[in-house]
Design a protein around this ligand. Structure first.
Ligand SMILES: *Cc1c(COP(=O)(O)O)cnc(C)c1O
Length: 275
């Protein structure tokens, strides 16, 4: 959308078969013409944790700003936006047990001061006359109109809840689930996992040889096992692997090994029925 609006040129950081960004090529793509670097903190399609510290550092070295999509990272990692020195970081409330339709944008104060409001409405103006309007200070300049008050309060409660569970414990436990799930699923003949970086979170994207992911997902659903199927809003990744999509099981801190066992049994059953 930004390219269409501004005529900017989109250059893509390639990835390897493990689903890791090729950092050497990234360095070569950067130049003093680079205005904005955008990456996911964690890939929702593959689970890869991208090396955003290095990405940010190298982008800043050529004067580019960095926007990180943290929607998939939010349930797994607590980002320190100031330590990261990131320019913009976004995430959605519904990824961390919060409500839908609300999220957050973090921006460095210097950027937010510089950027114009993207929307007009109540509460975002300082002074108004027919000659000139000035805008309210941060963050009100970007919060036109009566806000989603309930959503905001619920988002806050969700953040408090996640913090009370504790992100260190969440990471330890989810890594255990990931290791267990990977080991168990790989015992199934003809099952391939997409996203095999050592640096990944508890997302397992997979396919059964010769079987469409939707078919596996539909049968798992009938067995009461919820997975996501399809391209996960990441069609270029599916093209890269030359597949129509994947079946994706994503484990959170409230999942159990017994549930993973049920998934494995379900996948075996689905395989039997479909092959
Ligand atoms: C879920 C997700 C989104 C979309 O979030 P919405 O709140 O549905 O817009 C974007 N990026 C990533 C990485 C996600 O996991």
């Amino acid at each position: 959308m930004l390219c269409e609006k501004t005529g900017a040129l989109l250059k893509v950081i390639p990835m390897n078969l493990n689903g890791e960004l090729e950092m050497d090529t990234y360095s070569q793509l950067l130049s003093d013409k680079t205005k904005l670097v955008f990456v996911n903190h964690i890939s929702n399609a593959l689970g890869t944790i991208n090396p955003i510290e290095k990405i940010i550092e190298q982008a800043h070295a050529v004067g580019a700003a960095v926007l990180i999509d943290g929607a998939q990272a939010a349930p797994h990692i607590k980002p320190d936006v100031q330590a990261l020195d990131v320019d913009f970081y976004v995430t959605s409330a519904h990824k961390i047990c919060g409500p839908t339709g609300v999220g957050m944008l973090y921006g460095k104060e210097t950027w937010l001061e510089k950027l114009p409001p993207y929307q007009g409405g109540g509460e975002m103006i300082a002074t108004v006359s027919f000659e000139k309007t000035t805008y309210a200070g941060l963050p009100h300049k970007f919060e036109a109109g009566t806000p989603n008050i309930c959503g905001g309060i619920a988002f806050g409660a969700a953040i408090d809840y996640m913090n009370s569970v504790g992100f260190d414990d969440i990471a330890d436990y989810e890594n255990e689930l990931l290791a267990y799930g990977t080991e168990q699923l790989l015992k199934i003949d003809g099952l391939r996992i997409y996203g095999t970086s050592k640096n990944k979170t508890s997302v397992i994207s997979f396919n059964l040889k010769g079987i469409h992911p939707y078919d596996v997902g539909t049968l798992l659903d009938k067995m009461g096992i919820a997975v996501r199927t399809g391209h996960h809003c990441a069609q270029p990744i599916m093209d890269f692997y030359n597949i129509p999509g994947t079946v994706r099981a994503s484990f959170a801190f409230y999942n159990t090994k017994e549930e993973i066992d049920a998934l494995v049994t379900g996948v075996k059953k689905a395989k039997m029925m479909l092959s």
